[in-house]
Design a binder for this molecule. Structure first.
Ligand SMILES: *Cc1c(COP(=O)(O)O)cnc(C)c1O
Length: 379
């Protein structure tokens, strides 16, 4: 056990979803896009996306990615172009859709899919590209103009926005993904900023795409009992929808709490002069609801050493996303562009604890521990 664990998920208290549970008992509808799922989807579109577009709940974001890719991909295409610096769920979803992941590098400062490599790859692979799957790294908004342009050229885009629920864009304070014509997939896993246990949501400005995803998520049934598309069961239960509605009721408070902790970190990192020692935060866009604090450690350290040295001080840190996807046995044989920035970051990325209930003293203790590591690493 650590004095300071990496995560201490806190979902909504039972008192807050009890009223929703009672509705389930009254209606005796437990699943199949029931009334609570419907209400949650409507509230998300109205309150989060300002009434623009359409959304469907899913049992988790991995299944959401599978459905979004499967319903968007070009039939003649072969590759799902994506960053290697993402969670294993992204290439796994592509594999389940019969596609081959094609890994690209990230940009060194913002850790997002390399726009230069994407442009070259689109030129080189042409019609062999079935879909492009950028990952909005650690909840940071990405510049969507290039992806809008791809969509207009007929190249479908599915955004892995797993950790972006609640994030806004830099330009106009709108929710990340609002108005996008491709699919945007959010995760509501217990470890994400908006957690319900297991759950997720696919959003798009394209209502027809969401309608097809909803249908595919219910065995491909189109009204009757005959399957008309390569479906599966992705439905979120009404119990989960009850928790999701209660989580939405108090999301503003949760956002504030997480952003306050992030601000403590920034202040403490600056005060301790960690940038001068070679530590670097992600260059982000828009306002994030941080899931944890990702940071790049100095070249002289290396993330495994940092995790060990922090553990010696009873602080639990992790290393998302290291190893990068192309370094994992399941994905090693997939084609890829040169991945220099990804390999650099995968050897240095450290994820620091963030959970609701953390106080400023804990943040100081973590940052002081980081500040003390520089000395130890120098021979
Ligand atoms: C969490 C995560 C997922 C998977 O989400 P689940 O809801 O757990 O299936 C996919 N991609 C990224 C980048 C994630 O962080």
């Amino acid at each position: 056990m650590f004095d300071i664990p990496f995560l201490r998920p806190r979902l909504v208290e039972k008192e807050r979803f009890l009223a929703y549970y009672e509705e389930i008992e009254a209606t005796r509808i437990y699943s199949n896009y029931g009334p609570l799922n419907g209400r949650f989807e409507e509230r998300v579109v109205a309150e989060v996306f300002d009434g623009t577009g359409s959304a469907v709940t899913v049992h988790n974001a991995t299944v959401g990615l599978m459905l979004a890719i499967s319903q968007s991909k070009r039939p003649q295409g072969r590759y799902a172009v994506m960053p290697s610096f993402t969670f294993a769920a992204t290439p796994l979803a592509a594999e389940w859709c019969g596609l081959e992941p094609y890994f690209l590098d990230i940009e060194p400062g913002n850790w997002q899919l390399s726009r230069a490599q994407l442009e070259q790859t689109v030129e080189r692979l042409g019609d062999e590209i079935a879909v492009v799957v950028p990952y909005a790294a650690f909840g940071s908004a990405i510049e969507m103009a290039d992806y809008d342009a791809l969509q207009r050229r007929g190249i479908p885009v599915v955004v892995d926005a797993a950790s972006s629920f609640g994030s806004t864009t830099a330009e106009n304070d709108a929710h990340f993904g609002k108005g996008f014509g491709g699919a945007v997939v959010f995760s509501f896993h217990a470890t994400k900023s908006f957690g319900v246990g297991e759950g997720g949501l696919v959003y798009s400005a394209d209502r027809e795409l969401i309608r097809r995803i909803r249908q595919a998520g219910n065995f491909g049934f189109a009204g009757g009992r005959a399957s008309v598309s390569q479906g599966l069961n992705s439905k979120m239960s009404e119990y989960t929808a009850a928790i999701a509605l209660a989580a939405l009721d108090q999301f503003e408070t949760a956002k504030e709490t997480r952003r306050t902790i992030h601000a403590w970190y920034r202040h403490a990192l600056r005060q301790a002069g960690l940038a001068e020692q070679g530590w670097a935060e992600q260059e982000t866009r828009g306002l994030i609801v941080p899931q944890f604090i990702p940071i790049r450690c100095p070249d002289a350290l290396g993330n495994q050493a940092v995790v060990q040295l922090l553990a010696d001080r009873s602080i639990e840190a992790r290393t998302y996303f290291s190893p990068a996807c192309h370094q994992q046995p399941q994905f090693r044989s997939h084609p890829r562009a040169p991945l220099g920035a990804t390999e650099q970051l995968a050897a240095r990325i450290v994820s620091l604890p963030l959970w609701e209930g953390m106080d400023e003293r804990i943040v100081h203790r973590i940052v002081q521990a980081l500040a003390s590591l520089g000395g130890e690493a120098n021979p």
